[in-house]
Design a protein around this ligand. Structure first.
Ligand code: SER
Length: 318
């Protein structure tokens, strides 16, 4: 029987992952935790603990109290916010992961760690970016993701901790907002298109990056932890993607539903430089071969679903 702890359950991934894990493994078997109280849906429909994961003893207490055997560690500062406070990003992203891995080692837990396309850098091949390639990111976020991938490999090889993970692309959802990433425009654009018919984008029109709709990201996080460990050659940091597009292309797709939608551009040099240092499209064949990864949504089907769900959430009639 799985007993799961979600660290960062109130965040963009955590709020949907927690709900899905509870459906699959039973509400009582999925403990949500966050340093702030999340939505009622997360905090009041099942076990919830206020948890600051920079405090290793606190992580240990929760793991032991609920006899946790699997930890989804999602708490982290994203790329753009990390550039505003690099020291905090290092301390939170590395400190919390180290705490989770140490507690996992002592309490025999499996660990899911989300890496990112941010783990690549300006001299990584941009198209069909291989699973194993140059990783010299130039953001503090990317540096913590590469170090995190290596640390997870190390805890597996040295201590036998069952660490697994994927490199997520930009994630798009209508439930919780992302917290300060470079790919956030691809979420904001839907809100602004519906609310105001207009969006001012902080990236250039042709800036191409990998993206994924949240239901596919949730499926990936669950499937990799369910996969047969003997078949995993990489274990950590599998490239996964579902689509690759630029601001101009997502705007064109939105226009099919909202014909008067207008996109304008006001470039933020910091986020533009980060986006330019990331791949255009990564190669996810290792994930497909080793654990059967296959996304369901492309730009067209995601846009149809986003507009339907978001217009009902915002009570906007089209
Ligand atoms: N979505 C993240 C960011 O933009 C990348 O993993 O920071």
């Amino acid at each position: 029987m799985k007993r799961i702890l979600v660290v960062g359950a109130g965040g963009q991934i955590g709020s949907e992952l927690t709900t899905e894990l509870r459906k699959r493994y039973g509400t009582e078997n999925v403990v949500a935790s966050d340093k702030r109280r999340p939505s009622e849906e997360i905090a009041e429909t099942g076990p919830f603990e206020l948890l600051d994961c920079t405090d290793r003893d606190a992580v240990k207490r929760v793991v032991q109290r609920y006899k946790v055997d699997t930890i989804y560690h999602l708490a982290a500062l994203l790329s753009a916010v990390g550039e505003k406070n690099p020291l905090l990003a290092w301390n939170v992203n590395m400190g919390c992961l180290l705490n989770v891995l140490e507690v996992a080692k002592e309490n025999n837990c499996a660990v899911f760690f989300p890496s990112s396309i941010g783990a690549f850098g300006p001299n990584t091949p941009k198209d069909n970016t291989p699973q194993d390639t140059i990783q010299r990111p130039n953001t503090i976020y990317g540096i913590t993701k590469v170090a995190g991938e290596l640390l997870c490999d190390y805890y597996h090889q040295k201590f036998g901790v069952d660490t697994r993970g994927v490199r997520f692309p930009g994630l798009i959802s209508y439930v919780a907002l992302p917290g300060g990433g470079t790919t956030d425009y691809a979420v904001e654009i839907y809100y602004e298109a519906l609310k105001h018919g207009k969006y001012t984008c902080y990236l250039k029109p042709d800036t191409r990056m990998d993206m994924m709709y949240m239901p596919d990201a949730i499926k990936a996080a669950i499937d990799i932890m369910e996969a047969d460990g003997r078949k995993l050659i990489h274990r950590n940091a599998f490239n996964i993607t579902a689509m690759s597009f630029s601001p101009v292309e997502i705007a064109q797709e939105i226009k099919k539903h909202i014909p008067d939608f207008v996109i304008e551009y006001d470039i933020d040099p910091v986020r533009q430089a980060i986006a330019d240092s990331w791949p255009n499209r990564i190669d996810d064949s290792a994930a497909r071969t080793e654990w059967g990864w296959e996304p369901e949504y492309d730009l067209e089907s995601m846009t149809t679903d986003m507009i339907e769900k978001l217009s009902s959430k915002l009570s906007i009639k089209l």
